[in-house]
Design a binder for this molecule. Structure first.
Ligand SMILES: Cc1cc2nc3c(=O)[nH]c(=O)nc-3n(C[C@H](O)[C@H](O)[C@H](O)COP(=O)(O)O)c2cc1C
Length: 206
């Protein structure tokens, strides 16, 4: 049992998924517990085994997991202090902006009251598409923090905006929203641990 705040890392189907392992490592080094949720498409880019080994926890990929006694999307939604989606595809941005819930990650995003951070990664023209920009603005208005995308060498060959932000930048935003117990002065850390023990499960923390 640990008092460390839990971060749910949602990984979606982008080339930028290679960065998810680094993000898990940085989050754990900073003192967070990390639970990973992968979309089915994300598993085409990076294996669940990698994230399981790095997070030291089960990685969830299926909304209907026959091995799970719990309703996993609501359980993780309640436990998370931050839900970080990195990389975030145009698809998950569009689904969340429109209230769609057809897989584990999109259900979890609607079910949680945790703080939300998205780190988009996609082709420059996808990113600049008016529909994607409209969806991003919708989510920003709802309080979702965006980190990146950065300008960089994209898989499609362009040197342009669309590259996933650096892992350190992404984790910095998480730390600003929810400091890990290790980042707090000793007296504050003890009080934070006491509060997290007595915290009601469904309190709105956004
Ligand atoms: C090689 C390859 C790379 C892709 N990279 C991206 C990407 O960086 N960003 C993005 O939004 N979609 C990308 N896509 C498309 C997504 O994988 C696709 O929209 C998928 O449905 C996303 O599903 P998800 O959001 O459930 O993970 C890529 C597809 C392929 C085949």
């Amino acid at each position: 049992m640990t008092n460390a705040p839990e971060i749910v890392l949602g990984v979606t189907g982008s080339i930028g998924a290679y960065r998810a392992g680094d993000i898990v490592r940085h989050l754990r080094d900073a003192g967070y517990v990390v639970s990973c949720v992968m979309t089915q498409r994300a598993t085409k880019f990076i294996s669940a085994t990698t994230l399981q080994a790095l997070s030291d926890r089960k990685v969830y990929t299926d909304l209907f997991d026959a091995d799970e006694a719990h309703v996993i999307h609501t359980l993780l939604a309640d436990r998370a202090r931050v839900v970080l989606v990195a990389p975030a595809t145009a698809n998950i941005i569009g689904k969340f902006a429109n209230g769609l819930a057809d897989d584990l990650l999109s259900c979890l995003l609607l079910a949680t009251r945790a703080k939300l951070v998205f780190a988009p990664a996609m082709n420059v023209h996808m990113w600049q598409h008016p529909t994607v920009q409209r969806n991003v603005q919708t989510l920003k208005k709802l309080g979702v923090r965006f980190v990146g995308p950065d300008v960089g060498k994209l898989a499609c060959g362009y040197e342009a905006i669309g590259h996933i932000a650096e892992a350190e930048e992404i984790v910095k935003t998480v730390k600003q929203l929810v400091p890990s117990v290790g980042q707090l002065p000793v007296a504050l850390a003890a009080s934070s641990a006491r509060k997290s023990k007595s915290k009601p499960a469904r309190k709105n923390r956004r």
